[in-house]
Design a protein. Sequence first.
Length: 362
Amino acid sequence: MLLRPRHLIALVLTDALALSGVLWFFVFGYRHAVANLDISTYLKLWPLVPIFIFYEAHFGLYRGTWPRTRRALDSVQALKGQTSAITMTFLTLALALVFTRNYYRYSRAVLTLSWLFLIPLLPALRQTVGKLVGIPYTPIDTSLPTTLNLEEVPDGLLLPIPRLVKACVGKLLALVAIIILFPLLVALAILVKCTSPGPIFYMARRKGLGDRDFNLYKFRTMRADADEVLEQILSEHPDRAAEWQSHFKLQDDPRITRVGRFLRKTSLDELPQLVNILKGDMALVGPRPIVAEEVVKYGEYYKILVSVKPGLTGLWQVSGRSDVSYPKRVELDVYYITHWSLWLDAYIILKTPREILLGRGR
């Protein structure tokens, strides 16, 4: 599909305004809160904009916005390119300041914060502008082969070094999250306990690494007698039984408490799984944890699924969750394992808060 020049213009303007806006936000913020900065010195940073546009073009961020250009990057490729372009731009600035001996005139805090803040902001701005001007979205190709040959499956997360890197980063982030969110965890525990009889936490058996079962922790969102109520519902309502067999979930589940609906809608019920990450049962990002009854739905791909740890969030969770058909869930899980990269994890982590706020697929 040939796109119009206005798509290119829109993206270039978005990139230029994003860089300029973030830089000036921290310049004025730092000047007001901490010190008197000489703003005139920052006016001399205007060459950063064309340098940034050059790096964006170099890393392929304008593909597909002009006739005869190659296909546009998908979301993960774009995140990698944008992060590289932002980093190279500020690295170029740092080297220029060192060689010209002007580094003492600029605040390292302002430049560092601008760099860090622009990395998650730019993808969101580009996506929003893309929707407004009608730039076609390039989805991640998660299609699986019609026949499985394990020897030909890409290694992805099956290699030892990626496993080690992923485990270390995941546990560190989980520990930081528990420390930061500790007051919220306590408040939610009190809320669950005070609004319905029963335990605070619910332990569900799930399939983990090496086909081993483990206890997955959640805040309890259902009545204490949920299992008995489920059996009664499935025996009395064949349509609900068929729904359960298809998705292992029920729409408008009568077992869920009022507080439980809020926790599920916001995914706050899954926060205790941070403990599962520290224990080594789960990863921060990974395939969806499944119950024993779901094994048959993965078929021959189940061998790949249990070759890694399930995740607190994952590609399925940011692709529609329960709105996604079960074969598509399998496809997303297997794609994640076999095509894993730090960029794919970063894409999933950055997209997870947006999916939670939109409340899709719950």
